[in-house]
Structures are given as structure tokens and as C-alpha cells.
Design a protein around this ligand. Structure first.
Ligand code: C5P
Length: 400
């Protein structure tokens, strides 16, 4: 009963996924939550208030201007009653109204009036989800601290395939449990994390590097700190601000990163290797700037292998819980599983960097996370949302 005594106000807006709301109410109640349901006008075209009244055990509220309802639990009282407002499904239209700050019916009014955290489970056609107006609204809502849970990606009721599916009711229940948990997920856990690219010097002015921006690693550092972890971030050169409360150690090369990690790894419980470490470095670093010569059109560089930092952590006898990343352009799952075994990791987050708009240097990403005996997709989302989901997943599997 992870939600015992928790009060959840479930908002249902108009979308085909509203048929799952009844199941969601039951699963929330399984965990001990008290659930009250508020429906929009159009939600009632998809599921009847009677169904949701029957499963929640309370009359469904749907009107802002109903004297009888206001005489019972009025809208301000209802807004104050909730420990969490969850809107599932959240339609494109509802999110547009919320982004505009409208109070045009009971549910939108409650969202303005509640002091409780508000979470949305978006559900709509993939094209509607991708539309710039919807994305701008989502960004606005997220910037105001409204949480976005999902959407999932896959086949849709309309026959399309893509992002916009409402998260499964059980996943939404898990989010509620984490949101309302009294103890932060990683309270007191010491996390050591690598992020960003490395630079492998050729001479005093040149280096070999890659396109890693460090955004994913920095988002993980922030999410882990939010979840109560003590975070040390070993960072390659990036143009990002250190997340609040995070200790940052700056390095340039893979060898420096290796050294910075190995000297601190014994003081951590959890290690996440998010850095895009250069696999090879120039065999020798010229002391002076290498000059181009008139007689040579080609230049041959000899590279030597860098230490594999995460494999070195995985090989320690008393290794921390170790999470790696795999950025691949083909056969993502196969390579990820191979790395999980070969580098002795506990978990690996794989992303397909061949897809436009996600992965390296992008603001959004999608991951598939593998561990021994299981896997979970973390659908396309901004990197902070994704990092929070990843931290929640790690917290569920991490055993000190
Ligand atoms: O083998 P590959 O580079 O694809 O593995 C990626 C994972 O290994 C990431 O977690 C990355 O941070 C880590 N890694 C490392 N040291 C290296 C190469 C990769 O820690 N030299």
C-alpha cells in the first residue's frame, strides 16, 4: 500500500485513452489512495461519469457553476484536498488551455487553484503530439513545474504509429508512488557520474573529440540530486552550468577522467558512466604545434587505446552499482546487451544516435534500458524528464 492515505485528484480529459482511466482509478486504490475524479465536458463523450463514480466510490465532479456541487466539496476545497493532481489522459486541447492559464471549466480551474503538484499523462495522435503548438505548450507547462509523464510510443487507436500513447495505468501508479514517497528515492546514496566528451591532445592547440554535449549526464546529475543523492560529476569540457548541489570535477582527457574516477570510486555506492570517452588517443602529443609541410599531402596519426573507465569500475571486487550507456547507430539492443555482460555492468541505457533530433547534442532523447533479466523503454522526452525516469528505474533496482 504505497499510496496509503494519499489523496489523488484524477482529471480526465477527452480522448480515446479515457477508457483506461477506470483501470487507473482501480490500480491507484489498490495502493491505498483515495481518488476523486474530475471530468471535462468532452471526457464524458468517451467514458461515463457513472463508471468513474463506481470505481472511485465518489461522485464525479464536472461543473464549476453547480450550486449543489459547490455546497458539497467546492472547487477551491477540492483543489486544496489533493496531494497530487494527475490528469490522465491529458489531451492536446486541455494542455493548450492549461498553457494559456485558462479557468474555463472545473478541471482547468482546479489546476490553477491547487497548491499540489500537477502531473499530466499526455495522450493524442502522434501528429498532434509532434505539432509545434503542442510541443510549445508542453514546454511552457514543464517550465512551470508541471510534470509530464509519458507519452509512450507505439501503435495508436487511429492506426498511426508514433509518440502519443498514454502511459500504462501501472506505470502511472508507479510515478504517483515516487512522487508522493516521503523518502527521496536516492536519499544518502553517493553517486559518481561521468559526463561530456573527452579531448585527446595532438599538440598544444589541437585535439580529437566527439559531439557529446554533456546534456544527458548533466540532466542525470540534476535528477539524482533532486532524488536525494550526493552527486560527484566528473565532467569533460562542456558549456553547461553545474546543477545546484552537485560537486563537479573538470577533466579533459580520457586518462584524466579515468584517474579522477578511480581515485573516487571507492567512496561511491552508484556509478553512472554517461561520458562519451574517446576510445583512442594520439600515441604521442607533439610538444610544439604540428606544422604542415609542403611535400606531404597526407599525415598519418598513430592512436593508442584509452582505458575503458566503466569496465575498470565493473572489474573492481567491491564495485558500486554500475550503469553504462550505449550510443549506437545499428543493432542497438545486441550491442547494449553485449556491453552489459562484457563490462560487468548492472544496467545499461541504450540510445539510437542515428535518429534525428535525439541523442548526441540534442535536447531530447529516447532510451531503452536493459538489466539482467529485464528491460524498459523510456520514450522520447526532454533529457531532464528522461533522466528523472532513469533515476527512478535505477532506484527500483539499486541494492546497496
Ligand atoms: O564501448 P562503448 O564506448 O560503446 O561503451 C559506452 C559506455 O562505456 C558508456 O557508459 C561510456 O561512458 C563507457 N566508456 C568508458 N570508458 C571508455 C569508453 C566507454 O567509461 N574508454
Amino acid at each position: 500500500m504505497r499510496l496509503a492515505d494519499k489523496r489523488i485528484l484524477l482529471g480526465v480529459s477527452g480522448g480515446i485513452a479515457a477508457y483506461k482511466s477506470a483501470e487507473l482509478v482501480r490500480r491507484l486504490k489498490d495502493q491505498g489512495a483515495e481518488v476523486r475524479v474530475v471530468m471535462t465536458r468532452s471526457a464524458k463523450e468517451f467514458i461515463t461519469p457513472l463508471t468513474l463514480q463506481a470505481v472511485s466510490g465518489h461522485p464525479v465532479a464536472d461543473s464549476l457553476l453547480d450550486p449543489a456541487a459547490e455546497a458539497g466539496m467546492g472547487h477551491i476545497e477540492l483543489a486544496k484536498w489533493a496531494d497530487l493532481v494527475l490528469i490522465a489522459p491529458a489531451s492536446a486541447n486541455l494542455m493548450a488551455r492549461m498553457a494559456a492559464g485558462m479557468a474555463d471549466e472545473l478541471l482547468t480551474t482546479l489546476c490553477l487553484a491547487t497548491p499540489a503538484p500537477v502531473a499530466l499523462a499526455p495522450a493524442m495522435n502522434q501528429q498532434m503530439y509532434r505539432n509545434a503548438a503542442t510541443q510549445a505548450n508542453l514546454e511552457t507547462l514543464a517550465s512551470r513545474g508541471i510534470q509530464l509523464w509519458g507519452p509512450d510510443s507505439g501503435s495508436q487507436a487511429c492506426g498511426d504509429i508514433g509518440p502519443g500513447r498514454m502511459l500504462d495505468p501501472l506505470e502511472l501508479v508507479e510515478h504517483c508512488c515516487q512522487q508522493l514517497a516521503s523518502e527521496p528515492l536516492l536519499a544518502g546514496v553517493r553517486l559518481l557520474l561521468t559526463a561530456g566528451p573527452t579531448r585527446e591532445a595532438l599538440d598544444p592547440v589541437r585535439y580529437i573529440s566527439n559531439h557529446s554535449s554533456g546534456k544527458m549526464g548533466y540532466a542525470i546529475a540534476r535528477a539524482a540530486r533532486e532524488a536525494g543523492a550526493e552527486v560527484t560529476l566528473v565532467s569533460g569540457p562542456v558549456a553547461l552550468a553545474t546543477p545546484p548541489g552537485v560537486t563537479r570535477v573538470d577533466v579533459e582527457s580520457a586518462e584524466q577522467m579515468h584517474q579522477a574516477v578511480m581515485s573516487r570510486v571507492h567512496e561511491c555506492d552508484l556509478f553512472i558512466g554517461c561520458a562519451a570517452v574517446a576510445d583512442y588517443r594520439p600515441a604521442r602529443v607533439a610538444e610544439q604545434k604540428i606544422k604542415k609541410t609542403g611535400d606531404n599531402d597526407q599525415m598519418v596519426l598513430t592512436l593508442v587505446k584509452n582505458p575503458d573507465i566503466i569496465a575498470a569500475v565493473g572489474a573492481l571486487p567491491d564495485k558500486p552499482y554500475t550503469v553504462g550507456f550505449a550510443a549506437e547507430t545499428v543493432d542497438v539492443e545486441q550491442y547494449a546487451l553485449d556491453k552489459l555482460a562484457r563490462k560487468r555492468l548492472d544496467m545499461i541505457a541504450a540510445n539510437d544516435v542515428s535518429r534525428a533530433g535525439q541523442g548526441f547534442n540534442a535536447d531530447d532523447n529516447a532510451l531503452t534500458v536493459f538489466w539482467h533479466g529485464g528491460q524498459a523503454p523510456l520514450p522520447l522526452a526532454d533529457k531532464l524528464t528522461l533522466a528523472r525516469h532513469l533515476i527512478a528505474l535505477i532506484a527500483r533496482h539499486y541494492r546497496p
